[in-house]
Design a protein around this ligand. Structure first.
Ligand SMILES: C[S@@+](CC[C@H](N)C(=O)[O-])C[C@H]1O[C@@H](n2cnc3c(N)ncnc32)[C@H](O)[C@@H]1O
Length: 206
């Protein structure tokens, strides 16, 4: 845990309760160790969508659809949110939650490699959320700029990678550290890394 555990508990204590579907998903994720963003980070993503008025959203790495539902609800009616996951079983489960959450009409569920799906989905996006396997982060950073409109948001979870960016030893550590360095250096983005939960990077496409 990156944040002082007491601060983490305090912040979580402030969060309003989630509805039945999200609360069930949080419980399932905790029980089955599914790495969802959780409500504190989900609220930041939702705020970014609300602030920017994003309607066309692409998510790389969606698991059971927890963050997808938050994004779709924040984007509201007329949104187009693309869910992607390599696991057909995750997608099947996500569909049931998405249906119950009342956002099925705005979410497109894709099974397959997220970057392949992105390359096959035409048009520009207002918002891209990256949460794939960490070794894939540098490739995501290569692909996203040309697919994001100017002023669009590129958000990425786990960019502190449970402190492993401090002393990268595994390939995933090095990939996240490289991603962070390149994202900050990029002239195509204006970036901040928010030290919330496991680190959330927010980059505006210039
Ligand atoms: C951290 S979880 C996503 C959690 C989700 N964003 C949430 O917060 O509710 C990562 C998911 O991405 C999927 N994944 C990882 N790498 C992927 C890739 N290259 N293409 C598609 N899915 C991928 C995994 O199967 C896993 O379910």
């Amino acid at each position: 845990m990156i944040i002082n555990p007491e601060i983490e508990r305090y912040m979580h204590g402030l969060l309003p309760p989630r509805d039945a579907v999200l609360a069930e998903m949080e419980a399932v994720a905790e029980r089955r160790k599914i790495p969802i963003v959780g409500p504190a980070v989900a609220r930041v993503l939702a705020q970014l969508v609300m602030i920017t008025g994003a309607k066309r959203i692409f998510e790389l790495g969606s698991a059971i659809g927890y963050s997808t539902i938050w994004l779709a609800r924040a984007a509201g009616p007329g949104a187009e949110v693309h869910y992607t996951d390599g696991s057909a079983e995750n997608a099947r489960e996500a569909r049931t939650y998405i249906e119950r959450a009342g956002v099925a009409s705005s979410i497109h569920v894709h099974v397959g490699d997220a970057l392949t799906v992105l390359s096959q989905t035409p048009g520009q996006f207002d918002f891209v959320f990256n949460d794939v396997d960490k070794e894939g982060y540098p490739a995501v950073l290569e692909a996203v700029p040309s697919r994001l409109k100017r002023g669009g948001i590129f958000a990425t979870d786990n960019t502190l990678w449970y402190e492993r960016v401090l002393n990268p030893s595994e390939p995933s550590d090095r990939a996240v550290a490289e991603f962070n360095q390149k994202l900050y250096e990029s002239t195509q983005f204006f970036t901040s890394l928010l030290p919330i939960r496991d680190g959330l990077s927010v980059a505006v496409r210039l």
